[in-house]
Design a binder for this molecule. Structure first.
Ligand SMILES: Cc1cc2nc3c(=O)[nH]c(=O)nc-3n(C[C@H](O)[C@H](O)[C@H](O)COP(=O)(O)O)c2cc1C
Length: 161
């Protein structure tokens, strides 16, 4: 399959999971294009702009992709504004495609903001006529991260089998 992975990531966690998922999907024979979203003006936790002022400089063309894997962190109990805005901006390209959202967040339990944020992205994608696949959530932990990242990337891989 032609897979587009698009992420917003401020501190690199969402990007790291995207990169691991890309490795696994390439190993399975998929063609994968990964985009880390850039903004102008700057959008980050110190410049937390409202959605209507967030402009992306590198939104990808999804024409050749049949699946979009879309990742964003949780900020303040929901997908961060850049994640919501990016999925809306990509919306007109989503009709008939499968969308697999994934979330990284700080709380150590998916039920506390993780699952609800993934479901918010699923609903948004479905509103644009996409087929929303199950969401994947990587919650925070005091433990070292590698195994948790690998497990989450494996979930993403298995959802595309
Ligand atoms: C402004 C801000 C608000 C956040 N709010 C939440 C939250 O409500 N719930 C949560 O679990 N994590 C929250 N976090 C933690 C991030 O979701 C978490 O660190 C995420 O993995 C960061 O992803 P990134 O490294 O790709 O930017 C917040 C982080 C920031 C900077």
């Amino acid at each position: 399959m032609n897979v587009a992975i698009v992420v917003f990531s401020e501190t690199g966690k969402t990007l790291k999971l995207a990169e691991l998922a890309r490795e696994k999907l390439l190993a399975d024979g998929h063609s994968v294009q990964l985009t880390r979203l850039q903004t102008d003006p700057v959008f980050d936790s110190k410049h937390n702009l409202p959605e209507d002022q967030i402009k992306f400089t590198n939104l990808p063309d999804l024409d050749s992709a049949s699946v979009l894997i879309f990742g964003t962190p949780v900020w303040a109990f929901r997908p961060c504004a850049a994640g919501r805005k990016a999925l809306r901006d990509l919306g007109p390209q989503l009709k008939g495609k499968s969308v697999l959202p994934f979330i990284t967040h700080g709380f150590p339990w998916a039920w506390l903001t993780g699952t609800s944020s993934a479901n918010a992205l699923r609903r948004l994608a479905a509103d644009f006529g996409a087929k929303a696949l199950a969401g994947v959530v990587l919650s925070g932990s005091m433990k070292k991260g590698e195994e948790r990242y690998q497990a989450a990337a494996e979930k993403i891989r298995n959802l595309l089998k």
